[in-house]
Write a protein that binds this ligand. Sequence first.
Ligand SMILES: O=C(O)c1ccccc1NCC(=O)[C@H](O)[C@H](O)COP(=O)(O)O
Length: 212
Amino acid sequence: MHVTAKICGLSTPATLDAAIAGGASHVGFVFFAPSPRDVSFDQAMMLAERVPDHVGAVGVFVDPDDETVARAVQAGRLRAIQLHRTAPEKVAHLRTLTRMETWAAIAVKTRADLDLARDYTGAADRLLFDAKTPTGAALPGGMGVRFDWSLLDGFRSPLPWALSGGLDAANVAQAVARTGATLVDTSSGVEEAPGVKSVDKIAAFLQAVRRL
Ligand SMILES: O=C(O)c1ccccc1NCC(=O)[C@H](O)[C@H](O)COP(=O)(O)O
């Protein structure tokens, strides 16, 4: 099974280069001010120049307004938008507006959370099954929280999907074996501290994915 990887929350040239050199299929730029990984449009523009055509830049947003997404798409030369805490109607609207591949994040803690995935049929191109962060948390992602992968047992996703939440070099093989994911996404698992990516951890994660 060919498994590809997205490294999310990149904000420096060195760590972006490490993700590209390690074979990431996607790199994520976060456009959400409360996040320690937030990038400005200027930063995104500078980073985007380093992203080759075979790697997809994904803009990560939390229930964003149209202008933020439009500016980010242009600045970051985005290939896809990833929307957290965004209702299906708005996801569909932003997909039409941007004409971009659109990913809807599904925050998973229970099997009932997975049932929400169906609401995104026709609205999104891909689902990101990500762990639900604790109630009251400032961020809907990027907190290194893992969900119970067995919840995906027997679940038929209505759309192509990716697995996220608490993945790192040590557990990604087990996560893929357990869930059958063909696209995996990580952020904190390749960091030294929140928002501080590690070139070595990025390399180790991508090496673990290449071995699958
Ligand atoms: O990473 C963030 O700071 C973030 C902020 C707001 C919305 C989403 C965010 N991250 C989304 C991602 O795609 C993360 O890679 C995903 O949640 C997994 O994070 P982690 O559990 O830390 O690997």
